[in-house]
Write a protein that binds this ligand. Structure first.
Ligand code: C2E
Ligand code: CA
Ligand code: CA
Length: 379
C-alpha cells in the first residue's frame, strides 16, 4: 500500500514480508529506480531518496508509533548522507531526538515570544536609496541562547510548525513596517521581503491568511515581496501556477531566492509570474576574482533583464563586488557591506540615517576606499 503523506513524503506499507531483509531489498530497489535522472522538458532533473524502515508486529504499540519510528529512521538516513535507507532502532540517535525536543520547545516558544524578527536592508544599487528590508527570523532560546534560522527552520518545516511561525513573522514584520511608515511618513514607503517555505506555500489558506493579516496590520500588500525557492517555482503544476497567479492578483511581488543553487533554467522562469531574481551569495562571493562566477552573474543579469525581471544581489561584502554589480546593471543589493540583519530598534536608526548610508558607499569611483569597511553599519 502506497500513500503520499504530504509534500515529498511517501509511505509504503509492506504487509507480507519475512522480516527486515525483505524491507531492505525493497528500499534498495526504490533507491535504484529513483537514482536515474528524469528528463523533464529537455532538462535532466535528479531526485535523492531517503528511506526509513520500521518493523511492526503484533507486539507493536500503535500505527502512529510505527509511522513515527519510520519517520525518525528516514531523517537518520537523510542526515547520514551516505545510506539511502536506515532501520529504526529503539535507542536511536540523538539527532532525531533533538529534532523532537526542538519541535516541542518551538511549539512552546512561539506563544512565549521567544522569536524575534531581524531586518536586513535592501538598497537600490543604481541610486543608493534604501528600498526595503528582508525579514529574517531568530530564536532567543531560554537555555540554548540565540539561534539562527539554520538551527530550526528545517525542523519547523518538517513538523509543520513553520505555519504558525510564518504567520507570526508576517504579522510581526508587517506591524513593524507599518510603524516605520508612520514614523518616516515623508519617505517613500519601504518594501517588505518575506521568506516562504514550500510548506507555507502548499497551505490552502495561505492567501486568505496573508491578506487577512495585512488588513489587520494595515500594511499595503503591494509593498510585499514573497521570496520563494526554485523548488516551489519549478513545480509547474496548474495548482502552483494558480497560487502564484492569485498572489500576484492580491498585489504582492514574487522573488526567486538563492537563484543558481537549484536545478532551474532561466528559460523556465518565463512561465512564472516572477518579478525579481535574487542571485545567491555564493556567486557574489566570487565576483571579480573568480571568472566563472563573474560570467554567471553577468549571464543571469542579461537574461533576467531581457525577461523584464529585476535582479537583487545577496551577500555583498566588499566595495569591489558592489562596484562590479553596479557596472553590470544590477538593480538591488543587500549584504554585510551595508548592514548585517538588525533588530527592529537598530533598523529604525538605520532608516533614520539612511541618507548617510547612501553617501558612504555611493561616492564617485575614484574616491572609494578600496579596502572596504565591511562592518560599517553593523553595530
Ligand atoms: P536567505 O533567505 O538566503 O537569507 C539570507 C541569509 O544570508 C541570511 O541568513 C543573512 O543573514 C545572510 N547574509 C546577508 N548578508 C550576508 C553577507 O553579506 N554575507 C554572508 N555570508 N551572509 C549574509 P540567516 O538570517 O541566517 O537566514 C538563513 C535562511 O533561513 C534564510 O536564507 C532563509 O532561507 C531562512 N529564513 C530566515 N527567516 C525565515 C522565515 O521567517 N521563514 C522562512 N521560511 N525561512 C526563513
Ligand atoms: Ca531570502
Ligand atoms: Ca537567499
Amino acid at each position: 500500500l502506497i500513500a503520499r503523506l504530504g509534500g515529498d513524503e511517501f509511505t509504503l506499507l509492506l504487509e507480507h514480508i519475512d522480516g527486515e531483509h525483505d524491507a531492505v531489498i525493497i528500499a534498495e530497489r526504490i533507491a535504484q529506480v529513483l537514482d536515474h535522472p528524469f528528463i523533464i522538458d529537455g532538462h535532466e532533473v535528479y531526485a535523492t531518496t531517503s528511506v526509513g524502515i520500521a518493523i511492526g508486529d503484533s507486539a507493536s504499540p500503535s500505527s502512529d508509533d510505527i509511522l513515527r519510528n519510520a519517520d525518525m529512521a528516514m531523517y537518520e538516513a537523510k542526515n547520514s548522507g551516505k545510506n539511502r535507507y536506515a532501520m529504526f532502532e529503539p535507542g536511536m540517535n540523538s539527532r532525531a531526538w533533538l529534532r523532537l525536543t526542538v519541535e516541542t520547545e518551538m511549539r512552546r516558544g512561539i506563544p512565549r515570544g521567544e522569536f524575534q524578527v531581524y531586518y536586513q536592508p535592501i538598497f537600490d544599487l543604481q541610486t543608493g536609496d534604501l528600498t526595503g528590508v528582508e525579514a529574517l527570523v531568530r530564536w532567543n532560546h531560554p537555555e540554548r541562547g540565540f539561534l539562527a534560522p539554520d538551527q530550526f527552520i528545517s525542523i519547523a518545516e518538517q513538523s509543520g510548525l513553520i505555519l504558525p511561525l510564518g504567520r507570526w513573522v508576517i504579522r510581526e514584520a508587517s506591524t513593524q513596517l507599518h510603524a516605520w511608515q508612520e514614523r518616516f511618513s515623508d519617505r517613500v514607503p519601504l518594501r517588505l521581503s518575506l521568506n516562504l517555505s514550500s510548506k507555507q506555500y502548499q497551505h490552502p489558506r495561505l492567501i486568505d491568511e496573508l491578506t487577512r493579516s495585512l488588513e489587520s496590520t494595515q500594511f499595503d500588500p503591494t509593498l510585499i515581496t514573497l521570496e520563494i525557492t526554485e523548488s516551489i517555482a519549478m513545480d509547474d503544476s496548474p495548482l502552483t501556477l494558480e497560487t502564484l497567479q492569485r498572489l500576484k492578483d492580491v498585489g504582492v511581488q514574487l522573488a526567486l531566492d538563492d537563484f543558481g543553487t537549484g536545478f532551474s533554467a532561466l528559460s523556465y522562469l518565463r512561465r512564472f509570474p516572477i518579478d525579481n531574481i535574487k542571485i545567491d551569495q555564493s556567486f557574489i562571493a566570487g565576483l571579480g576574482h573568480d571568472s566563472e562566477d563573474t560570467s554567471i552573474v553577468q549571464a543571469v543579469m542579461a537574461a533576467s533583464h531581457a525577461m523584464k525581471l529585476t535582479v537583487t544581489a545577496e551577500g555583498i561584502e566588499t566595495v569591489e563586488q558592489l562596484n562590479l554589480l553596479q557596472e553590470l546593471g544590477c538593480n538591488f543589493g543587500q549584504g554585510f557591506l551595508f548592514s548585517h540583519p538588525l533588530p527592529s530598534e537598530q533598523m529604525g536608526e538605520l532608516i533614520e540615517q539612511s541618507p548617510n548610508v547612501r553617501q558612504r558607499f555611493w561616492q564617485p569611483e575614484s574616491e572609494l576606499d578600496p579596502a572596504g569597511d565591511s562592518d560599517a553599519i553593523s553595530t
